[in-house]
Ligand binder design. Structure first.
Ligand SMILES: NC(=O)c1ccc[n+]([C@@H]2O[C@H](COP(=O)([O-])OP(=O)(O)OC[C@H]3O[C@@H](n4cnc5c(N)ncnc54)[C@H](OP(=O)(O)O)[C@@H]3O)[C@@H](O)[C@H]2O)c1
Length: 360
């Protein structure tokens, strides 16, 4: 379907003031109506909130790797067309259902939705809303859930990282990588080796707090890490790339080291040679942050609360790669020669982007 924004050009505030809650109102939403095609911006009719639901005025929505995958039909979850992408957002509570007592109108919140954040408003279960502390701006807050939630879960819950341990982070200038670098250095007091595909990306990771870097675009990761830490290896590795980068990170582990499989941005899923686990008593473990929402909600919720708390305390500082307006649906992807994003998102997005080339 053609990518046409069909907003009526009215000020948002006007749209929000019309009629009573949920009655006859409309809001603009980004819609994926066809996979691998640009998103359409359409006016959608508001529906009344049910007793256990909350309506949020969405101010910023994070743009994640998973949003791009889902709009291409390449994500593990495949919502039915048409759908609105956007898994994380920040905003203010517009209206609460009669059974809701945990938030009230006007509260500043972040939310984690299945897919529906790239819209001017969304209706959500209050269980997946967290109050934003006063010193955390809405823009920064929107970028916390996926990347910082994942980083905190990987480092604290899965790898049990201890102060002073050496942490190797691959794709360290990606959204997840930068969050891992930030939490590992500035919260957990670990020594971080940031590995990335260019000198520019390594520089960005250093600015976030990494102690040393490896540009794996210029040579082998394992050898470079060995030069930095000696034959002992690193205590923890957090990998979002997969393929050979994962295997080299696995081979860089120290005795009783831990590697966390977070993603396969490079497109290749490596097999783990079990003998490597045995020889140095190392552990390889997986992490799927979103799955904790169903499987272990207290752990999931703690990642969000911790991220907000660390941000409020000034210990972490999310990196905003770029900010798009809702109607800006197409943008050049600047990394690794990826072609034009077919379904680029943007809902006044606090978009974290990996690539210094599109930083604002
Ligand atoms: N398991 C979970 O719960 C979870 C949560 C969040 C993210 N993830 C996954 O983690 C991965 C990274 O996510 P992100 O948000 O950090 O993404 P991002 O901000 O887009 O960063 C991706 C990074 O991956 C590296 N990369 C290597 N090969 C690539 C390729 N062929 N295309 C694109 N990037 C490539 C690039 O860094 P270099 O050039 O430095 O290699 C790039 O900066 C994704 O696979 C995502 O789905 C998983």
């Amino acid at each position: 379907m053609a990518a046409v924004a069909r907003g009526r050009g009215l000020p948002r505030a006007w749209l929000c003031r019309r009629a009573g809650p949920g009655c006859g109102r409309h809001y603009r939403a980004a819609l994926c109506t066809e996979l691998k095609q640009p998103l359409a911006i359409e006016e959608v009719a508001s529906r009344p909130v049910r007793p256990h639901e909350v309506r949020v005025d969405v101010h910023f929505c994070g743009v994640n790797f998973a949003d791009i995958l889902v709009c291409r039909g390449q994500y593990q979850e495949k919502p039915q067309l048409p759908f609105t992408p956007g898994m994380e957002f920040s905003g203010t509570v517009l209206e609460t259902g009669t059974d809701v007592s945990t938030v009230k109108e006007g509260d500043r919140v972040i939310g984690v939705s299945g897919f529906n954040g790239m819209a001017e408003e969304c209706i959500i279960d209050p269980k997946t809303l967290w109050q934003i502390p006063e010193r955390v701006p809405l823009r920064e807050a929107a970028t916390l859930p996926v990347s910082y939630g994942t980083a905190i879960l990987a480092l604290e819950h899965r790898a049990c990282t201890r102060p002073g341990e050496t942490v190797l982070v691959t794709a360290a200038a990606g959204a997840t990588g930068l969050a891992v670098v930030d939490v590992a250095t500035n919260v957990l007091q670990a020594q971080v080796i940031a590995a990335a595909g260019s000198d520019e990306k390594c520089k960005l990771a250093m600015q976030k707090g990494a102690q040393s870097t490896v540009n794996y675009g210029q040579g082998g990761l394992k050898e470079a890490v060995r030069k930095l830490v000696g034959s002992g290896g690193v205590s923890v590795a957090i990998d979002t790339v997969g393929g050979d980068v994962f295997l080299e990170a696995l081979r860089s582990l120290a005795w009783e080291g831990r590697i966390v499989v977070v993603g396969f941005a490079g497109g290749t899923i490596a097999s783990v040679p079990a003998n490597l686990l045995l020889l140095k008593n190392v552990s390889a473990m997986g992490l799927y942050w979103g799955r904790y929402k169903e499987q272990n909600f207290p752990v999931f919720s703690r990642t969000l609360s911790s991220a907000l708390q660390y941000c409020q305390q000034g210990r972490i500082q999310p990196h905003i790669g770029a900010v798009f307006k809702l109607e800006e649906r197409e943008r050049e992807s600047t990394s690794r020669g990826r072609s034009r994003l077919p379904a680029e998102q943007g809902a006044r997005c606090g978009a974290r982007s990996q690539d210094p080339g599109i930083m604002t």
